[in-house]
Design a protein around this ligand. Structure first.
Ligand code: ADP
Ligand code: MG
Length: 253
């Protein structure tokens, strides 16, 4: 078993989702989602396009609202109370397919904006923290450039560094490598592997099944708004239980 899989998964619950349902208008997009994520877990969420993967992780940091059931993040119940939403957003980092960096701000400014304005971190300290994380994702020399001057892989690593500057306890990734040219995928995955090795709790929507095998302790398969099946990677890939999972795997592997 890969070394990084031996990392501690604690019995402390990071995210608890109970019978959660969400609709977009009359469209029932998530159905009776039950999911407990423990601190230190690295979960890969897989499934066909339109199965609700993005919606699920967007619900976890309240980018989308659910209508039924409950979501608890680090002990805080997600409700419409803005105070709770602020607290959860500061504990949960999110990285998107399309980086979402501010184009008119430098790399450093992208990384210090939220710490300064949301966390009220003094500017100098925020810059030190930002440089620390830019070093971690191996692009400190790009700090004074603008996003448009960087490659896609570099921009995505900035997006990861920017999230880390808020010192999140949980990181959500929504297809972080899907918009990248093939030769840049591994530099982003390597950054994510390092984060996993350091014990970050991670939920990753990705089609990178090599990453899932190497890093995940659990793979969740979604289809039509439901969690159809979940298992540790070896079992998930070698011994899928449902027909829908088998079909999906036959199409992507
Ligand atoms: P996935 O990430 O697995 O591809 P999504 O969570 O993006 O799936 O979408 C699940 C379903 O919800 C899809 O049918 C999609 O068209 C629909 N959907 C997503 N976002 C919205 C929205 N803002 N309004 C209405 N329907 C949406
Ligand atoms: Mg999606």
């Amino acid at each position: 078993m890969a070394a990084e899989k031996q990392l501690n998964v604690s019995d402390e619950v990071a995210v608890e989702i109970n019978k959660m349902n969400k609709w977009y208008g009359s469209f029932h997009v998530l159905r009776d989602i039950d999911l407990t994520v423990y601190q230190g877990e690295r979960i890969v969420i897989a499934g066909p396009s339109g199965s609700g993967k993005s919606t699920l992780i967007r619900c976890i940091n309240a980018l989308e609202q659910h209508q039924k059931g409950s979501i608890t993040v680090d002990g805080t119940i997600l409700s419409n109370d803005l105070k709770n939403i602020d607290k959860i957003r500061s504990e949960v980092g999110m990285v998107f397919q399309h980086f979402n960096l501010f184009p008119h701000l430098t790399i450093l400014e992208n990384c210090t904006l939220a710490p300064i304005w949301v966390r009220k971190t003094p500017k100098k300290e925020a810059e030190e923290i930002a440089m620390h994380f830019l070093e971690k994702v191996k692009i400190p020399e790009q700090a004074d450039k603008y996003p448009g001057q960087l490659s896609g892989g570099q921009q995505q690593r900035v997006a990861i560094a920017r999230s880390l500057c808020m010192r999140p306890r949980i990181m959500l990734f929504d297809e972080p490598t899907s918009a990248l040219d093939p030769e840049m995928i591994s530099e982003v995955l390597d950054t994510m592997i390092e984060l996993a090795e350091e014990g970050m709790t991670m939920l990753c929507v990705t089609h990178e099944m090599g990453f899932a095998r190497k890093v995940a302790n659990r793979v969740i398969f979604m289809d039509q708004g439901q969690i159809v099946e979940q298992n540790e990677p070896e079992e998930f890939f070698n011994n899928p239980q449902s027909e829908r999972t088998k079909l999906f795997l036959s199409q992507i592997l």
